[in-house]
Design a protein around this ligand. Structure first.
Ligand code: UDP
Length: 244
């Protein structure tokens, strides 16, 4: 870790400046939160595991031509990334119904969604990250109409690559959340992290519903063995990373 003053501290990561204004250092913490930070705790080794999983997934996406903020991973918990201005939108892609979609619509858990559903949430803790309609998205002007189209296209492209990759790992990518930012040159880059904190991942080999959960739902629902599940995802990702 660095002694430099923090630029920003979030729930799961700390951002530090570097000598290069175009480059930031992201430090992955073990802290875990859920339900808009009403539930707090720690997941052992989460920082190390999520840094490694994110590194591999960003590398995979870069290799497929998706522009990301990832530069390199100088240590177990640190990632160097391009400095971007984060667009305050959470872009969620859903392949199977789960979480808030089931709660708010009554759709059954695990229902296949074809084509996948892309949703935009306003990234605003004070407001509880509300789901936006197209009209509210336009009204709030958080991204240009062209950016919104591009965000949706990129999100679906990321979904295709990650769904295929996780399927090779014996894991179903149920849903996930992406964040994007704009760099100093005006380029739209995939940012933040991609990890069991931000994806729902189900083990295809599991014998029951509780065992299959390999993501933050284990923490949200107190299912136990959270670190073991995250480590299992990392082991599978590493075993298949050679096929990027
Ligand atoms: N998600 C996230 N951060 C958030 C909200 C959601 O990473 O602030 C992820 C979540 O882990 C899941 C997907 O986005 O993979 C869809 O989440 P959902 O809307 O179902 O929310 P939740 O069940 O967490 O209320």
């Amino acid at each position: 870790m660095t002694d430099r003053p923090k630029l920003y501290e979030g729930k799961a990561k700390i951002i530090y400046p570097t000598d290069d204004p175009d480059v930031l250092l992201t430090y992955f913490k073990d802290d875990a939160t859920a339900f808009n930070a009403q539930k707090r705790g720690q997941i052992g080794n989460k920082g190390r595991i999520n840094c490694a999983i994110s590194t591999h997934l960003f590398q995979l996406l870069e290799a497929r031509g998706v522009p990301t903020h990832w530069i390199d991973t100088p240590s177990e918990r640190e990632m160097r990334v391009r400095a971007v201005k984060i667009i305050p939108l959470e872009v969620v892609v859903r392949n199977l119904a789960a979480g808030s979609l089931c709660k708010q619509t009554g759709l059954p858990l695990g229902l296949a969604l074809n084509p996948p559903l892309v949703e935009f949430y306003y990234k605003n803790d004070g407001l509880g990250d509300p789901l936006l309609t197209d009209e509210r998205l336009r009204l709030l002007d958080l991204a240009t109409p062209e950016q919104v189209i591009e965000l949706k296209r990129l999100a679906l492209e990321v979904d295709r690559y990650l769904t295929d990759f996780f399927a090779d790992c014996g894991i179903t990518l149920v849903d996930f959340k992406l964040e994007f930012g704009v760099d100093a040159q005006g380029l739209l880059l995939l940012a933040d992290e991609i990890s069991p904190d931000t994806c729902r991942l189900w083990d295809q080999a599991a014998e029951d519903e509780t065992q299959r959960v390999l993501d933050k739902d284990r923490f949200r629902q107190d299912l136990g063995q959270v670190e073991e599940a995250y480590q299992r995802v990392l082991d599978r990702v590493l075993a298949h990373a050679a096929s990027f």
